[in-house]
Design a binder for this molecule. Structure first.
Ligand SMILES: [Zn+2]
Length: 236
């Protein structure tokens, strides 16, 4: 579970997991780069979570250095090609534009994603664009399910441990990194969470409902996520 999000100056959101340990005398920070990027924090029993968060912020420069120097992530620059939500686009930065939008290269006919704003904001703006596109795609897919499976609220998160979750109050959450998965895999995760609105467990009834909503190939979709899930974290 993510307890805090450490946002670097370059705009990367790094989940922080805080655990309390008996017998510990000091707070310890363990930044992790692989297989997932996160900060693991152990704190003594008597230190509050907010004090631990303060401590993380005090170590900001040290943490940022570690994450910024780790080459594992693909950092986008002008001209890069990125694939999300089943679309392949070339990133073009145009500081004269205020907004971000799709376009087409007049000569080659290739799809372009124009990103406006300051150059140092490029990565963050691409990420925010993908997040909002992801949310509209999620809503579109949910509309294909019967009305009684429509959630009360949809939330977008950057979780590393799970692709989706369903709370008892009817909110379903998804990791926006599913945008980098094939749309059909994303659809599987959505249907899985929608089925949880009826069954909060992983019972036979639950899986029957998932198959009903998703159709054939549930096993294949699950396998895909096990095999390729980690790769969905390679950007930003
Ligand atoms: Zn589940």
């Amino acid at each position: 579970m993510t307890d805090y999000v450490f946002e670097t100056s370059s705009g990367e959101e790094i989940p922080v997991v805080i655990e309390t340990r008996r017998g510990l005398r000091n707070i310890t920070l363990r930044p992790k780069i692989l297989p997932i990027r996160e900060v693991r924090v152990s704190k003594p029993w008597l230190i509050s979570t907010s004090s631990a968060v303060k401590f993380i912020e005090q170590k900001r420069r040290w943490l940022e250095k570690i994450f910024d120097n780790a080459p594992e992530k693909i950092i986008l620059t002008d001209g890069d090609i990125i694939e999300f939500l089943g679309k392949k686009v070339i990133i073009r930065h145009d500081s004269y534009k205020k907004s971000n939008f799709y376009s087409k290269d007049e000569k080659t006919g290739e799809d372009i994603l124009i990103i406006g704003g300051a150059p140092e904001m490029l990565t963050r703006r691409v990420r925010d664009f993908i997040k909002s596109e992801f949310l509209s795609e999620v809503k579109k897919i949910i509309k294909t399910a019967p009305m009684d499976f429509h959630p009360k609220k949809i939330a977008i998160r950057d979780t590393t441990s799970r692709w989706g979750s369903c709370s008892s109050n009817g909110t379903i959450s998804f990791s926006w990194r599913l945008a980098f998965a094939p749309v059909d895999i994303m659809r599987y995760v959505i249907m899985h969470e929608l089925a949880h609105l009826k069954y909060m467990d992983h019972s036979v009834h639950f899986w029957a409902t998932v198959s009903q909503l998703y159709g054939d190939g549930v096993g294949r979709a699950k396998l895909w996520l096990t095999k390729n899930g980690q790769n969905l974290h390679k950007y930003f």
